[in-house]
Design a protein around this ligand. Structure first.
Ligand code: G3P
Ligand code: MG
Length: 246
């Protein structure tokens, strides 16, 4: 069953203040007072689930090349913090299990985004489900999401009770039918595309609407006034302050 999700979800931790999708970013999100975090899970060449957004190493580490060409041992030697700021030198690309352990110790809820390397939609989802079954077995304070329908189908088949979020960017014409077939619990939509009318249309399916990625307090307030339930933000502390000041 879907837990209550707070209004703000830290996007890749708190990526405005720390290198995205690292343990430091998750600690920073918790320090900024957020109750939930979102992060992205992809497989290494040898099938280990790790927390990284891009399908190449270049932007967020000191390595190079595609994610499906790096083994876990080699990945763990890369620096995932210096590109952001020298204060974060030595941060690593975390394992999915490390992030789960840290989130639990900080009592954070989690939105696990299945972010498959192209062609690994089912395998990535299978691995995410099997790690969650061992490390986060009660489904509480959990939402698993993906843009990839084959990944979502795999999660739903293997874990019928897992709260599932259908991520939409350019919604296909049959998005409502897909959401129904998946028994999606939430619709996670691109905030830039939203209007009062589009949010009403999503909400008419009976599902909470979550919007990514919102980094201004006035825009967050507008989305909430249209009935959006929660927003993903790179800057939870700043957004909270901006909304209070409105
Ligand atoms: O899950 C919300 C958001 O993270 C989706 O887009 O590209 O930032 O993973 P992206
Ligand atoms: Mg994401």
């Amino acid at each position: 069953m879907l837990s209550m999700i707070p209004r703000l979800i830290g996007h890749r931790g708190a990526k405005e203040s720390a290198p995205e999708n690292t343990l430091a970013s998750i600690r920073e999100a918790a320090a900024q007072g957020v109750g939930w975090i979102e992060f992205d899970v992809m497989l290494t060449r040898d099938g280990v689930p790790v927390v990284i957004h891009d399908d190449t190493l270049d932007r967020t580490t000191d390595g190079h090349g595609p994610m499906n060409a790096v083994d876990h041992a080699a990945l763990k030697r890369l620096d995932a913090g210096s590109w952001f700021d020298s204060r974060f030198a030595g941060e690593r690309v975390p394992d999915f299990t490390e992030v789960l352990d840290l989130a639990r110790s900080l009592t954070l809820g989690i939105n696990v985004e299945v972010k498959p390397y192209p062609g690994q939609e089912e395998e990535t989802a299978q691995t995410v489900v099997s790690v969650l079954q061992q490390h986060w077995p009660d489904n509480g304070r959990l939402l698993v999401s993906s843009f990839e329908v084959p990944s979502l189908e795999t999660v739903r088949r293997l874990a019928p009770a897992v709260p599932l979020g259908y991520l939409l960017w350019e919604p296909p014409p049959d998005w409502a039918a897909i959401a129904g077939r998946l028994r999606a619990d939430t619709l996670n939509v691109d905030q830039e595309r939203q209007t009062a009318r589009s949010v009403a249309e999503y909400r008419a399916t009976g599902r909470p609407v979550l919007a990514y990625t919102v980094n201004g307090g006035a825009r967050a307030a507008e989305l909430f006034s249209w009935g959006v339930s929660a927003v993903f933000t790179d800057a939870p502390g700043r957004l909270q302050r901006e909304m209070v000041a409105l």
